[in-house]
Ligand binder design. Sequence first.
Ligand code: ADP
Ligand code: MG
Length: 692
Amino acid sequence: MKNQRRELWDRMTELSSSVTELKGIGKETAAHLESLGIDTIADLLWTFPHRHEDFRLKDLAQTPHNERVTVECKVEREPTILFLGRNKSRLQVTVLAGRHLVKVVFFNQGYLKQKLVPGSIITVTGKWDRGRQVINGTSVTFGPKTDQVDFEPVYSLKGLIPQKRFRKYMRQVLDDFGAELPDAIPHYLQESYKLVPIREGLEGIHFPLDADHAKQARRRFAYEELLNFQLRIQALRKIRKESEHGTVIQFDVHRLREFIASLPYELTNAQKRVVNEICKDLKEPHRMNRLLQGDVGSGKTVVAAIGLYAAVTAGFQGALMAPTEILAEQHLENLKVWFEPFGVRVALLSGSTKAKERRSILEDLANGNLDIVIGTHALIQPDVVFQKLGFVITDEQHRFGVEQRRILRDKGENPDVLFMTATPIPRTLAITAFGEMDVSMIDEMPAGRKQIETHWMKKEQFGSVMSKLELELAAGRQAYAICPLIEESDKLDVQNAVEIYEQLATYFKDRFQVGLMHGRLSADEKDAVMRAFSEGSIQVLVSTTVVEVGVNVPNATFMIVYDAERFGLAQLHQLRGRVGRGEHQSYCILLADPKSDEGKERMQSMTETNDGFRLAEKDLELRGPGDFFGRKQSGLPDFKVADLVHDYRILETARKDATEMLDTEAFWHDDIYQNLRKMLEESGVLQGERFD
Ligand code: ADP
Ligand code: MG
């Protein structure tokens, strides 16, 4: 394998010469190519078409309206031509295609008149107008379909370069370099999966002869992309693990055991396992880069507390960053109770910490009088300095930007880092998006939890929903009313929430207090509303999805989700997790009249299970990976051909193969690995995290 990869490396250099080496590419074309991101010969070869034009012969009877068709036909009559002014003409000819007598129309191609001789056979491509029985012709060849290809690639060239010319360059590159192309897939893997070799693959992508040719090419490159991706992230993880850039946190096992024994409940098996994983990382010389996944209510906070306490017993400081003040406060309340008997000094730092108190906290952090700080973004201010920060935890990690997480981390000397998230991520996406992190999962709920009863109801049943809500409120419980976020319009979104708020406020007038929460409120306003709800001075909270993040109001037992069909499963599940946090039975009502089968399936799934991971898998299946994370923070790499849903099996295979390759001594003695390692050392990635 060593030789193969060595050669690959050398040939890569050849391919990295400029496109201007090619015949017919001058300054102007080179500039156009550059603006498309194509500088080198390799760039050109790896510019894949975004679709293929289909030139296979079709039966008109089977072709839907407005679809492109290619048909072989016989010219039945002399063409007629109509001149429409300067250089404009419309030529029409009647042909017999199979058993259909139809017309073909060409614009501004008057010269065809002589060539379309009655009785002759032609092959026409064009858009099929089913109603008028006309093909709007775009191209024609004379004679039966022979030399013409079945599929022609169409590239995204932003109109800068004609498709035809681009294909000519491509042909040239494949002819000149094709025989020499390095193959990134080791031979034995090509054999065992019957993958076409690189040359044939590129031919199949750029010049497919038929559907199967294109399909085989696609399959090969899907595998190649996923294999390379897996090699990269797994190598990164392996190198990080071997490096000694982290902090050794030699905690006191006995003190830690005592602490765990003092907790008000026994840890679940999943919590125990995860605590072990975290503690093992703390002790190791490499830097911890771990994601802790656990459904809402699975008990991540106590796991975080145990990790923080471990760091403290080793003489380090710890930090826990949460996305909102109220969450940070809730963490403080919990941790204080648990830590107090053990003399751990803990403080809260947030935007509303008073100046004087803030000064004293900063002082204590800097001189080591404080062990643990919990806080919001306030933690990443430049004047927050630690004496010896060893362990950093970020709660609801997706709520923070890359930069914010990095700043916090940089406040220590390569501290261990743990990210927590309540968003269950399907396995496929997890190994792709977080492949170079270690992942811990709390996949078990504390015993004795009551299942949330979920009902899907139609809008006309609203009356009975309100009666049930009243009963709950009368019994002293609280409720959420969730209105969907209207993506296209911030304004409509707020309006919608305001309307529902007014409706409910009128309905419950003088009996119960209704509060309103939406994205247009300032952080302080949001906090004030949330606080009032949490303290019980508001009984019904009307809110958009901003309420999603881990707020704990155990007395809230009722949730209505308006227009529930507008939400994805993952999000509905997150929302639902706001109730069912206390001793009382909780209910979640989905008000929805979904039109699509998919929408109905989503509502049905919600009523059937409370398992976040199962819902996440279902969501991925129904909506695809792009929608899963939302647009902003997908964290997913952009693949050219691989598709995480349909190529799931290929991904699994590539993952396994990458692991095996990395386990081979030869691979690691390889120059490529040495280069990779040097690059990573120099770029500081080993000290960093994947989000950089
Ligand atoms: P999340 O993972 O959503 O952050 P929390 O850490 O807030 O969940 O825990 C949810 C609730 O479950 C809290 O009230 C917590 O005290 C409780 N809890 C956590 N672990 C256990 C356990 N092992 N047994 C019983 N209750 C637990
Ligand atoms: Mg939490």
